[in-house]
Ligand binder design. Structure first.
Ligand code: SAM
Length: 392
């Protein structure tokens, strides 16, 4: 399709995925990097059925919630897509995204008002990142928007200072020291330094530690760890509440962020995690804490449900990756008939898809909270507590 240029639109609101919604000539127009209330001249880059995907050519009248993106890479770098919004507008857009998914996808009636808890730092907050490396072009940074070209980033304004410093050290390393096949580096910070994976030159996959709500977690760059430390304590508080009982399953448990506090509130805990390094750290973290009432299974959650003899369970916590839980996992959870479920999610759309199935299986939503773990991007962490209908 030849690009359509000069189309005038007004952005109504921000949709899940972060694009602005507008309408023109009976078509839906999705505008990247826009703000609600923007009057824009846009260029249509792609058409899919009745939907036009567009980018901004000119801002005719800026939205009152629009601001000048401070990062010089904004627009080119695929990392942050909300820098054009004031921080208050980012939080409001995320609350609307969650409400929209719960209404439209989960078909939840009476969606409550959701206030997204702000991040105390909305810049320099990221303690984990993946840096892309193009040795031919000699660029290190993040993928460009909608492409696999590497945007060369010298200063990433959302990285914690320790991680930014490590990025600068990596960038200052002579190219001949980079392993030939190295295409990306995972980096994570902790209280005692920064860990990189894979290790090369003078960069090591150091073991790190971090204390949250009095629990000590060990991990390294080979295992998942959350991105924004500042909201993890209230997130765990909300996810667990004062739940107690005999048995709990912590699905997609990582290095045990929820497993340790769960092991203090329940008599027996099972954590399930497919990444071998993360499962090893989870076991060690439990052991160091003296929590002998928890077992960590190294398996996919699907395989766990396929193989395990399921007993009665009081509480299930699941915190899957962005794609959400596989259908077999939702079926496995429903078969457990636990009295309570806590779903922790970094994607409101897949969360809503899975909630619809859980609600169809006899659960009702008890409470919802959201945490802005990812300022300057459209991503948001949502926690939904559910209980079996007969328990309300
Ligand atoms: C969003 S993280 C949550 C980890 C942990 N709950 C935390 O908050 O740190 C998802 C975790 O699920 C793991 N994972 C991904 N797919 C999985 C699967 N099919 N079965 C089990 N674990 C999986 C990842 O390795 C990662 O540790």
């Amino acid at each position: 399709m030849a690009p359509i240029e000069g189309l005038e639109v007004e952005v109504e609101r921000i949709l899940p995925g972060g694009m602005g919604l507008a309408h023109a000539g009976g078509k839906t127009v999705l505008v990247s990097l826009s703000a609600p209330g923007d009057r824009l001249r846009v260029r249509v880059d792609r058409e899919q059925g009745n939907i036009l995907f567009a980018s901004i050519e000119e801002i005719i009248t800026p939205s009152p919630v629009r601001m000048e993106p401070p990062c010089p890479y904004f627009g080119r770098c695929g990392g942050c897509d909300f820098q054009q919004l004031t921080y208050e507008a980012q939080l409001e857009a995320k609350a609307e995204i969650i409400r929209d998914c719960l209404r439209r996808i989960a078909r939840l009636e009476n969606v409550p008002d959701i206030a997204v808890a702000p991040s105390p730092n909305n810049w320099r907050y990221r303690m984990r990142a993946t840096w892309q490396i193009d040795q031919e072009q000699r660029t290190i940074g993040y993928y460009e928007r909608g492409s696999r070209r590497v945007c060369d980033v010298a200063d990433c304004a959302v990285l914690q200072p320790e991680l930014q410093e490590k990025l600068e050290q990596v960038r200052a390393t002579e190219w001949r020291q980079f392993p030939h096949a190295l295409k990306h580096l995972d980096a994570v910070a902790g209280e005692n330094g920064v860990s990189l994976s894979p290790a090369f030159a003078e960069f090591y996959t150091t073991e790190l530690s971090l204390t949250i709500r009095g629990e000590v977690y060990h991990y390294n760059a080979e295992a998942f760890f959350q991105i924004n430390l500042s909201l993890l304590a209230p997130l765990i508080d909300f996810a667990l509440g004062d739940a107690t009982g005999e048995n709990v399953q912590d699905l997609y448990c990582g290095v045990g962020l929820f497993t340790l506090p769960l092991a203090r509130q329940f008599r027996k805990v099972i954590g399930v995690e497919s990444n071998a390094a993360a499962a090893r750290f989870a076991r060690r973290n439990l052991q160091h804490a003296g929590l002998m009432n928890a077992r960590v299974i190294s398996a996919t959650v699907t395989d766990w449900f396929r193989s395990a003899a399921v007993g009665p369970v009081d509480f299930v916590l699941l915190d899957p990756p962005r794609a959400g839980a596989e259908s077999a996992v939702i079926k496995g959870i429903l078969d457990l008939r636990s009295t309570q479920i806590c779903y922790v999610s970094c994607d409101p759309a897949t969360l809503a898809r899975d909630l619809k199935k859980l609600i169809g299986g006899g659960y009702v939503v008890d409470s919802i909270a959201a945490f802005d773990l990812f300022p300057q991007t459209h991503h948001v962490e949502t926690v939904v507590r559910l209980c079996l209908k007969s328990q309300t």
